[in-house]
Design a protein around this ligand. Structure first.
Ligand SMILES: [Zn+2]
Length: 232
């Protein structure tokens, strides 16, 4: 991408291809403000610079929200507490906000146990909370049950649980109220999302294999609401 045609008549701006100023020269407050204004208006900066600024802004926002959720979201606090009790304490640094590709809102990496929250991908604060709980359920499974993520049935089981318990399918509130009546719609949602995730596993040879793994894991994993059932 280049920035041709973006220069308009903004005063004394530099294009993205110009060499950066020497590091020892302090940037004045005015210069920083001018830069910010250009990023907001789009005058005198390239699309790439604007995107980079937007991503940095989204990541800062995500980090702030993350800190809030870790302290005040009942579901997140609950999961963190149980992870800690299971010997897998999750420090704040292991939950990181980062820009991701467009296909997902979050991810879990077993080694080391870390969660990625895709900054800029959340359509609401609730969505971010549900995504975090979803990934923490994966982390809990990994900590407690020796999950082999290459094994499609193992993966399917954790996805069923994560979708079921995170509120991705709008179930968490009922669960907190002690309801154990699973609606057909809720089940269909959990199943569909689990199949999608297993399909994306590099070890998955075909969509049919993903469906099969979810079907095989369904009964035992859908009814396994740990650690949530421990308090009711
Ligand atoms: Zn998942």
């Amino acid at each position: 991408m280049n920035d041709s045609g973006k220069d308009n008549n903004a005063p004394s701006q530099s294009s993205s291809s110009a060499p950066p100023p020497p590091a020892q020269e302090p940037v004045s407050a005015f210069e920083r403000w001018r830069r910010k204004a250009m990023l907001v208006t789009g005058l005198g900066v390239s699309e790439e610079e604007r995107l980079a600024d937007l991503k940095a802004h989204q990541t800062r926002h995500c980090e702030k929200r993350k800190a809030y959720l870790m302290q005040y979201s009942p579901a997140v606090v609950f999961m963190l507490k149980h992870l800690k009790h299971s010997g897998c304490e999750v420090p704040a640094e292991n939950i990181l906000c980062a820009p991701c590709d467009l296909t997902r809102a979050g991810g879990f990496s077993p080694n080391p146990g870390a969660v990625v929250l895709c900054s800029g991908h959340f359509f609401s604060e609730k969505h971010m909370e549900q995504t975090l709980v979803h990934e923490l359920v994966h982390m809990y499974d990994h900590c407690k049950f020796k999950v082999d993520w290459q094994n499609l049935r193992h993966h399917a089981c954790s996805e069923i649980r994560a979708n079921n318990l995170s509120g991705d399918c709008n179930y968490t509130r009922e669960l907190r109220r002690g309801f154990v009546a699973f609606s057909k719609q809720h089940q269909a949602c959990v199943r569909r999302r689990a199949v999608e995730s297993v399909k994306a596993n590099p070890a998955c040879p075909s969509p049919e294999a993903a469906e099969r793994a979810v079907n095989e894991a369904w009964d035992s994993c859908f009814n396994d609401t740990r650690p949530f059932d421990e308090i009711y």
